[in-house]
Design a protein around this ligand. Sequence first.
Ligand SMILES: *Cc1c(COP(=O)(O)O)cnc(C)c1O
Length: 378
Amino acid sequence: MKKELSMSVSANGSDRRIQQFPNLPQVILETLNAGLGMLGPRVKAFEEAIKVNWGVHAVTTSSGTAALFLSLKVAGIQPGDEVIVPALTFASTSFAVNSIGAVPVFVDVEPWTYTLDPECVEAAITEKTRAIIVVHLYGQMANMRALQEISQKYHLTLIEDAAQAHGARYQGQYAGSLGDFGCFSLWYGKNMGGLGDGGLVTTHHFQAKERLRRLRNLGRDAGIANRYEHEEWGIRSRMHEIDAAVCLWQLSQLERWNQRRRELAHRYTEAFASLPVASPYIAPERVPVYYKYALLAASPEAREQLEGYLNRHGVETERIYPILVPNLKAYQQGLAHRKERLAVSEDILARLLCLPLYPELTEEELEYVIATLRRFYM
Ligand SMILES: *Cc1c(COP(=O)(O)O)cnc(C)c1O
């Protein structure tokens, strides 16, 4: 009989990714020696590369959270306005709305894609609604056609929170190119990123792009000559040249990495087909990028047991996200918000478990996760 091997498999692979970057010390030294700081030639090259790859203008920022805030600002969202957001997301999505002084309205998600349910969105619209932020959760594209139609019908700004969807596609169009604005995180743990925090806004609107460039730089137009000329209010939200160099390289690897993520996801899904777990839904005409591989167990108790078993056998898992955003302390203690019925989000949250999935996952690790999970159900 085959000896039962034991391994430990990390939930994240970002530490392995940066080790592949060719000559990082040299790039850092070159950048520092050339006196390149923020918003230099590499940032420009990276923004241009995004335009070439995804067909949409790009403006880098200091984080995904800042990208969301700046998009809302440029969209003209005012204090007291309502912005529809999904309840199943990372806190940044709605915190950006609160930063404007606007009110996030938490709405339920579809039970198959875990992304905003267009019917629930339409039902939540009031006189005060000005925008929708859709989140392509775990790298799965939301129902963009329906959301585009709703935005047009009610004259709402449509913002894509694509922080988990770099390179994902919907009917051939890239995430971030389907709404008025696309907001990406370039934090090192996302499908693509730099060394620390970073972000990106994409937009087809030329004027909006120009304003974003100013607002991320304290209201200044770039260039030393204008150093103390602030055309308007702005924040500090610039990208460093070293991060831009890393991002530029990661963009060149992105499609290959995403392809590997899809392969791994496919292998998991096939291996678990006969087990009482629900694998991620495969939506027609959408190409997901599996930022996370989220399984749904049959019940909260089954999730608890599966999680315990996997963890005891060295397989790290994640609950993303363990608390619905409107239930976070920040909102419970008075941060402005409104919420609709969230039955689907609550059910998903209670049964969800994310397995290790990243391009650097080895074949041996993949097989081990599969074997361990299958053994639990034998
Ligand atoms: C990561 C993330 C953000 C925030 O991006 P940061 O770069 O961490 O500020 C926003 N929304 C979602 C859905 C995210 O996953």
